[in-house]
Write a protein that binds this ligand. Structure first.
Ligand code: FE2
Length: 296
């Protein structure tokens, strides 16, 4: 069983807060948290205080990724398991916990992607006012299976997967294989979501993050998002369906040049009985998502 219950939040750094402010509401359809300021913007997608945080900084990449654990004992156990693999874990300061709106937090640097990973307890729940999308959008499927998924670059996806299996009890749902080369990506689960974390290997990738996915409530949400991107001339793939999680989705670029995926009806898995699969990237194996290979 995974030590992690769900993907709690993802934070980015950007040099252009004003572009993100407009993008967050008008393109993503998320709500800006009322306690945001000039240097930090919280974006809300459900009953949690935030699911995205955007910090002003001197680069455009992921800043940290938050993983929710059940309680203090689970945090201690997860931290010990990470340290056993030779990776230093540091307890978050009270200021950092307050910034994340969590009760407590520990963090370590992922040895495969270089991303700061945070283990957190008790991300603030907001009962009312309820989340209200800021454009025509039904909403997002989150709850117990988390905000969606995050895909990071790593030079060795098999080694990265092995680390998260041993350290935090993730499972590999499947590997995407390139014939004659090996695995391009590893898709990993910590609950019924097909993948909450994935690693992809792209030599020369300019950033640590490839994309963040939100699961939309309706198919129309994906179509409406695609139309918003066309209207605003935002770089996007065509809608399509994936080999592995069967999601109907499209990818679109954000002001920091990495991507979001809005996807509808990804299949669920049973982590207790799932056997790792592989699929092979061959032309004709799935439809749509034209332009995806250029979106690195
Ligand atoms: Fe995705």
């Amino acid at each position: 069983m995974s030590a992690v219950n769900q993907l709690a939040y993802v934070a980015a750094t950007t040099r252009d807060m004003s572009a993100w402010r407009a993008y967050g509401t008008e393109v993503l359809g998320l709500e800006i948290g009322t306690d945001s300021n000039d240097k930090l913007m919280y974006l809300r997608a459900d009953e949690r205080h935030h699911r995205l945080a955007v910090h002003e900084g001197d680069n455009d990449d992921v800043e940290y990724v938050g993983w929710e654990v059940a309680n203090h004992a689970a945090l201690d156990a997860a931290a010990a398991a990470v340290e056993k693999l030779g990776v230093k874990v540091t307890m978050g300061t009270p200021e950092e916990a307050a910034d994340r709106r969590v009760i407590e937090m520990a963090h370590f640097t992922c040895p495969h992607s270089g991303v700061r990973m945070e283990l957190v307890v008790g991300l603030e729940q907001v009962f009312t006012p309820r989340f209200r999308p800021t454009r025509d959008l039904a909403g997002f499927e989150t709850g117990d299976i988390g905000m969606g998924h995050v895909v990071l670059y790593a030079p060795d996806v098999k080694a990265a997967a092995e680390f998260y299996i041993k350290a935090l009890g993730f499972g590999v749902t499947d590997f995407a294989m390139i014939p004659g080369v090996g695995p391009l990506a590893a898709f990993m689960h910590c609950n019924e979501r097909h993948h909450s974390l994935a690693f992809m290997t792209i030599p020369g990738a300019q950033r640590k993050i490839q994309h963040v996915m939100f699961e939309t409530t309706t198919m129309d949400d994906v179509g409406l998002t695609y139309d918003v991107c066309l209207d605003r001339k935002i770089d996007t793939t065509t809608p399509g369906r994936h080999h592995n999680d069967h999601t109907f989705s499209c990818y679109f670029r954000n002001p920091s040049d990495w991507h979001f995926e809005y996807g509808w009806q990804p299949r669920r898995i049973d982590p207790a009985t799932w056997d790792t699969e592989q699929y092979v990237l061959r032309p004709g194996n799935a439809w749509g998502h034209h332009g995806l290979m250029e979106m690195v």
